[in-house]
Design a protein around this ligand. Structure first.
Ligand code: 5GP
Ligand code: ZN
Length: 113
């Protein structure tokens, strides 16, 4: 399968990983939109939120647990951060491997619309 994030999981394309456990990887976004911008993904290939099956729901909890740890480690747990999932054309999703953006490190604009 030609999926760039699966290749990041496998290590066949380089990335700066800042988190890894059995089921989840977090790495620095190649085009950061904020001082802290980490992409958090399940190791399992799931195309997007619409592809999350009942059996995958524990992975969503794993991703949230990872996000909280990464926020602490990147120093934004107290100052604040945003966790964003893009799903489908109107969201601007570019990579079709489920992922969440952890953004922080400065005052984030609202709304995202
Ligand atoms: P999306 O728009 O699909 O929600 O976000 C995909 C994100 O992945 C973008 O912010 C983009 O900069 C990032 N990205 C795309 N390709 C790569 C890559 O090869 N390496 C890294 N580290 N980030 C990538
Ligand atoms: Zn994938």
């Amino acid at each position: 399968m030609d999926c760039i994030f699966c290749k990041i999981v496998e290590g066949t394309i380089p990335s700066t990983k800042v988190f890894e456990d059995e089921r989840v990887v977090g790495f620095l976004d190649i085009r950061p939109a904020a001082p802290v911008h980490v992409v958090i993904i399940p190791k399992k290939h799931i195309s997007d939120m619409n592809g999350v099956e009942e059996e995958d729901l524990p992975l969503i909890a794993d991703i949230h647990r990872a996000a909280r740890q990464i926020a602490v480690e990147r120093g934004v747990a107290e100052s604040g951060y945003r966790l964003v999932n893009n799903c489908g054309p109107d969201s601007g999703q570019e990579v079709f491997h489920l992922h969440y953006h952890l953004l922080g490190g400065h005052k984030l604009g609202l709304p995202i619309a």
